[in-house]
Design a protein around this ligand. Structure first.
Ligand code: AHM
Ligand code: MG
Length: 353
């Protein structure tokens, strides 16, 4: 008879605790609560077409975008579930202008702060396309017992203790890192548990997928335009032309590229010099995962996780994925710095437009 071997998220967290002393009890407890919130949000995402939860909630969020009902649902449930663990003193979310300080006694003594995009890719909600939750955890720097401050949140990505995402896709997955590699769990709906499915995720050094919203092509920096042409050019040795794949959900696009090898780009443009994606709760957690899987994440110039945060909702250009692909696009960005945009200077890696 085949042995029944399933490791649930909670079992895995407990085992890691004894293996790595740094995965202390309180921290494990927090990850356990992330799993609870993920299951609650997943339940709603899965019945989204059945109940009155699709569509606009009627509010405009801090980014000036209209909130979807599921955004609000996910935001509120994550805020509650994270408070429930009593280990987090304050939480910041894409959906709220300011961070929220938990006021109960246990949370006041919590050692951690939690940042999240509770439901990323929200334009995909109404059309049954994959969406995700992204989270990032830091040790607070303000004294335990006092009120959390903005400085607890404005730490560089290199200080992250853990980061991950939940992907509500054809199956629901939770993928996270605590700095010891990347682990993936798939939700088994029949038992309601996240089960270990990807023990140590590593991303290929080279890939054959590029992911970018090419509709914005005319607005891209010259280096990005040249890189896209490079991806499309035939070259048997490097398996080009590459495939273009873009869902418009960061978690789903990143997850596919993580497993298959590829690059995700959301660049700066003239009208949006810092790009679209947010440093603290979108790019830094994804960057931590990318690096832990052997990939790379930069703003085109420096490592994403070394950017000094200045505000909670700060945006940054984002280039992430297979290491050699990110290196290559950086080469193009260097060869075509923006001052060359209007003068057709020759480059050693010139590609015809
Ligand atoms: P959101 O947080 O408002 O959902 O926006 C972030 C999303 C990412 O998931 C995705 O990579 C990007 O926006 C897509 O943007 P665009 O439609 O401009 O390509
Ligand atoms: Mg988002």
């Amino acid at each position: 008879m085949t042995k029944f071997e399933v490791t649930t998220l909670n079992e895995f967290i407990l085992k890691s605790q004894s293996k790595y002393p740094e995965a202390q009890g309180d921290f494990s407890h927090l990850l356990h609560h992330v799993g609870i919130a993920a299951r609650i949000v997943n339940r709603e995402v899965n019945k989204a077409g059945l109940v009155d939860i699709l569509g606009e909630a009627g509010e405009i969020n801090v980014q000036g975008e209209s909130q979807k009902k599921l955004d609000v649902f996910a935001d509120e449930h994550f805020i509650d579930a994270i408070q429930g663990c009593g280990e987090v003193c304050a939480i910041a979310s894409e959906e709220n202008e300011n961070f929220i300080i938990y006021d109960d006694e246990a949370s006041r003594n919590g050692k951690y702060v939690f940042l999240m995009d509770p439901l990323d890719g929200s334009s995909n909600i109404d059309v049954n396309v994959s969406i995700g939750t992204i989270f990032s955890i830091y040790r607070r720097i303000s004294p335990v017992g006092e009120r959390a401050t903005i400085d607890d949140f404005l730490q560089p990505g290199t200080a992250q203790l853990a980061a991950g995402y939940i992907l509500y896709g054809s199956s629901t997955m939770m993928v996270y890192t605590t700095g010891q590699g990347v682990i993936g769990f798939t939700l088994d709906p029949s038992i309601g548990e996240f089960c270990l499915s990807h023990k140590a995720i590593t991303t290929p050094e080279d890939g054959t997928i590029y992911s970018i919203n090419e509709g914005n092509y005319r607005k891209f920096p010259q280096g990005v335009k040249k890189y896209i042409k490079y991806c499309q050019k035939k070259d048997a040795a490097s398996l080009r032309p590459y495939s273009s794949r873009y869902i418009g959900s960061l978690v789903a696009d990143f997850h596919r590229n993580l497993l298959k090898g590829g690059i995700f780009i959301y660049p700066e443009t003239e009208s949006a010099p810092n790009g679209k994606l947010r440093l603290l709760y979108e790019c830094n957690p994804i960057a931590f995962l990318a690096e832990q899987a052997g990939g790379k994440a930069t703003n085109g110039l420096i490592r994403t996780m070394e950017i000094k945060p200045e505000s909670l909702h700060q945006r940054t250009p984002f280039y992430t994925g297979s290491k050699n692909m990110v290196d290559k696009v950086e080469e193009f960005l260097q060869a075509y710095p923006e001052e060359k945009r209007n003068n057709k200077k020759k480059s050693s890696i010139a590609i015809e437009e």
